[in-house]
Design a protein around this ligand. Structure first.
Ligand code: NI
Length: 181
């Protein structure tokens, strides 16, 4: 069983559940973060939320830089958006839980996120007009049971799900044509 087999794909109901806060950074939380990073890199993703491998806790990993060569992972425990503003920008998002499709999603261009890291330090991440800004919002959405599809209009959603069904039919696997996890 490879790392990609761990990934929960739509229409799995776990993608629509709200994840539980982590109250202690135990060894199993550290193990989970490690597993998630392995999975994200194996799938060529730039982010992954714990619920995407079936663990219903508020943990996400992000690395938007590693395509350029060096790995620079962020592990976000109990992340919260403390500011999301600026102009709405639309970008083509992908998701490891929706193999084979991308959809245009509009989000605020500027975001400030606070989260604990694996050492229990409260970290602050600020991003604007870039992939990190999109990715942070996309992953925190996952922890709230929201996928990129929920950002679409009803008509767009139907069309996207039709393309998704076709992609699955054609054998799409997590990581195929995605830019974000
Ligand atoms: Ni995703």
């Amino acid at each position: 069983m490879g790392a990609l087999d761990d990934i929960v794909c739509s229409p799995d109901p776990r993608l629509h559940q709200v994840c539980e806060p982590i109250d202690q950074i135990t060894g199993s939380v550290k193990q989970l973060a490690k597993r998630m990073l392995k999975c994200m890199y194996a799938a060529d993703g730039v982010g992954l939320a714990a619920c995407q491998i079936g663990e219903m806790v508020r943990l996400a990993v992000v690395d938007v830089d590693w395509g350029a060569g060096e790995k620079n992972p962020y592990v976000l425990i109990n992340p919260t958006i403390i500011e999301a503003n600026g102009e709405e920008i639309t970008s083509e998002e992908g998701c490891l839980s929706f193999p084979g499709i991308r959809v245009p999603v509009s989000r605020p261009s500027h975001v400030i996120v606070q989260a604990l890291n694996l050492d229990g330090d409260l970290m602050q991440y600020e991003a604007a007009d870039n992939l990190l800004a999109v990715c942070l919002q996309h992953e925190i959405d996952h922890l709230n049971g929201i996928t990129m599809i929920e950002h679409l209009s009803p008509a767009e959603r139907v069309a996207a799900m039709r393309r998704y069904a076709a992609a699955l039919e054609a054998g799409a696997r997590p990581g195929d044509t995605t830019i974000i996890e």
